[in-house]
Design a protein around this ligand. Structure first.
Ligand SMILES: [Mg+2]
Length: 169
C-alpha cells in the first residue's frame, strides 16, 4: 500500500493483458477502467476485439469488473452489459473507496486483485493506495488538448514503470 504514481506493469493496450499473465501473477479479479481503457469516450458498443478479449479472460476463470469514475450514464450500463461485466459507477478514483467497495462486494483479497486503467493520476494512484496491483495501458484515443497535456504529465511515471510489457508477437 503506497502513495505512488508508478504503475507495477504497463501494457500497450488492454487486449495485451493475457490470462497467462494474470495467472502467473496470481490475479483472480481484474478491475477495469472503462473510458479510454476499454472504449473511447462517447462509444456505446465495444469493439469486437475488446469483446473477444473480455470473453477470453472470463473463460480463464478471472473475474472482470468495471470501476469507472463516469457517473450515472446509460452508456456505462450499455457497455457493461455488452461486455457481460458488473460495474461500479462514480468510483471517485484516486480515492480507494470504489476499490474497497468492489473487493467487499465480490469477496476477493487485495493480493489477488489488479486494476487496469489508462490514467496515472486516477487509476494507478488508486490501485497503489489500495494495495492492489496497478496496470497502466495507453489511452485508446487522445481526443483533446487537455487529454494530451495529461498524457504528457504522466509520461515520467509511465517511464519509471519497472515492468514494461511490450508484448512482441
Ligand atoms: Mg480512463
Amino acid at each position: 500500500m503506497s502513495f505512488s504514481l508508478i504503475p507495477d506493469y504497463s501494457f500497450p493496450d488492454i487486449c495485451k493483458v493475457t490470462p497467462e499473465f494474470l495467472k502467473e501473477k496470481g490475479i483472480r479479479l481484474l478491475l477495469l477502467d472503462l473510458d479510454n481503457t476499454m472504449a473511447p469516450y462517447g462509444t456505446v458498443v465495444p469493439t469486437r476485439e475488446i469483446a473477444e478479449w473480455a470473453e477470453n479472460i472470463r473463460k480463464s476463470g478471472v473475474k472482470t469488473f468495471i470501476l469507472t469514475n463516469n457517473n450515472g450514464s446509460e452508456r456505462v450500463k450499455a457497455l457493461s452489459e455488452a461486455l457481460g461485466m458488473g460495474y461500479i459507477m462514480g468510483a471517485r478514483k484516486p480515492l480507494v473507496t470504489g476499490i474497497n467497495r468492489a473487493l467487499e462486494k465480490l469477496g476477493y483479497s487485495r493480493e489477488e486483485t489488479a486494476l487496469a486503467g489508462d490514467q496515472i493520476f486516477t487509476d494507478v494512484l488508486a490501485a497503489n493506495c489500495a494495495g492492489i496491483t496497478s496496470i497502466v495501458v495507453r489511452p485508446i484515443k487522445i481526443t483533446s488538448p487537455l487529454l494530451n497535456l495529461r498524457y504528457w504529465l504522466e509520461a515520467p511515471f509511465r517511464a519509471l514503470c519497472p515492468n514494461k510489457m511490450d508484448c512482441p508477437r
